[in-house]
Design a protein around this ligand. Structure first.
Ligand SMILES: [Zn+2]
Ligand SMILES: [Zn+2]
Length: 347
């Protein structure tokens, strides 16, 4: 099969993936499924993998390369292990990115992302920037009638991550309350749509790119700001003292030390983007009682819920498609933000 493989890490990102012929994955366990990739979303995490940010976590021994990235996958079941009963070849599916075991206590509680034995195709083992990849039966969700893998692939990670953060924000907000979304890219534009359907509050969308600002307006943001040097003052003025919730989809490039300054007393920051380091005086926590927490992808059932919102036409992925052969162009365009929404790789 055709696949795009990473051969070296480079903090400067001056490396290209190699498109080559490799052996397709084979079923080796009774609960495994092989998926024929319909599409695979291109994620900022893929850029961080190339930069080497994930090297110590997923490749501590330095033996992983070359390997196939791609963890935002949807497609059709190609082959199934002997114990698989819920799907059959030909079924259209979206794939929860974490192959959780279903047996450990965290899995029993429904915390798929905390699984003691989880695997993450695309992050430490071969993923979906290829014609086929392998996962487990417990990770797949059959698509609703009329939904194609191409339309929804990035929902598998970008979508579910945005959904989980938006769900947290929706629980914290009420009519009249303000949520600030920092970064209206692949995740931010999904969070915006989720919030419009799950919270009675108002949303401020912040992005430096004019095209992202236009998209935010189209998707119903109450206020759109360009993230200039006056951002803190602007947010305080619009919200009457600061946001109730801020979701930071950037987490680096200096945004990580602006985001918490946008909160009002008692406000909550949800960190989704990563790469930077937050530095906050402890006094801030005391005087303003701000809370800060992270949000990690999402559970299987949250992807099920998101796919229902999608089936009802309430949340749609805005995306630009690239053939697998052009994946390096897609990565370059992503780095320079030449498209809005998500970039999607199609084998
Ligand atoms: Zn991702
Ligand atoms: Zn588990």
């Amino acid at each position: 099969m055709k696949a795009a493989r990473l051969y070296e890490y480079d903090p400067a990102m001056n490396v290209e993936l190699k498109i080559e012929d490799v052996a397709p994955p084979e079923i080796t366990g009774p609960n495994e499924v092989v998926v024929k990739v319909g599409a695979a979303g291109l994620c900022r995490t893929d850029l961080h993998i190339i930069e080497g940010v994930w090297k110590d976590i997923m490749d501590g021994e330095g033996t992983l390369l070359p390997y196939i990235m791609g963890h935002e996958n949807a497609g059709w079941i190609e082959d199934v292990g002997s114990a698989v009963t819920s799907v059959k070849p030909g079924d259209a599916v979206i794939v929860h990115p974490h192959r959780s075991c279903g047996i450990c206590l965290n899995c029993r509680y429904g915390h798929d992302m905390y699984c003691d034995h989880g695997l993450f195709p695309g992050l430490g083992l071969d993923g979906g920037f290829a014609e086929y990849f392998k996962t487990s039966e417990s990770s797949v969700i059959k698509l609703n009638t009329g939904i194609t893998p191409l339309e929804v692939a990035p929902m598998a990670d970008a979508g579910i991550t945005a959904y989980r953060a938006a769900k947290k924000a929706a629980k914290l907000t009420y009519p009249g309350a303000w949520t600030v979304l920092l970064g209206i890219g692949g995740l931010g534009h999904i969070a915006l749509q989720c919030l419009k359907h799950m919270s009675g509050g108002r949303v401020i969308a912040v992005d430096r790119e004019p095209a992202a600002q236009v998209l935010a307006k189209e998707l119903g943001a109450d206020v759109v700001l360009d993230g200039g040097p006056d951002l803190i003052e602007q947010v305080k003025e619009v919200t009457g003292g600061g946001a109730h919730v801020v979701i930071d989809f950037v987490g680096e490039l200096g945004v990580e030390n602006i985001c918490w300054k946008l909160l009002r007393q008692g406000g909550e920051l949800i960190v989704v983007g990563y790469g930077g380091k937050i530095e906050i005086p402890t006094l801030e926590f005391v005087v303003n009682e701000i809370k800060i927490g992270g949000s990690l992808v999402g559970d299987y059932i949250e992807l099920v819920e998101l796919m229902e919102l999608n089936a009802d036409g309430k949340v749609k992925m805005h995306q630009t498609e690239y053939k697998l052969a052009n994946i390096n162009q897609a990565i370059d365009d992503f780095k320079h933000r030449r498209f809005t929404g998500r970039g999607v790789i199609v084998p």
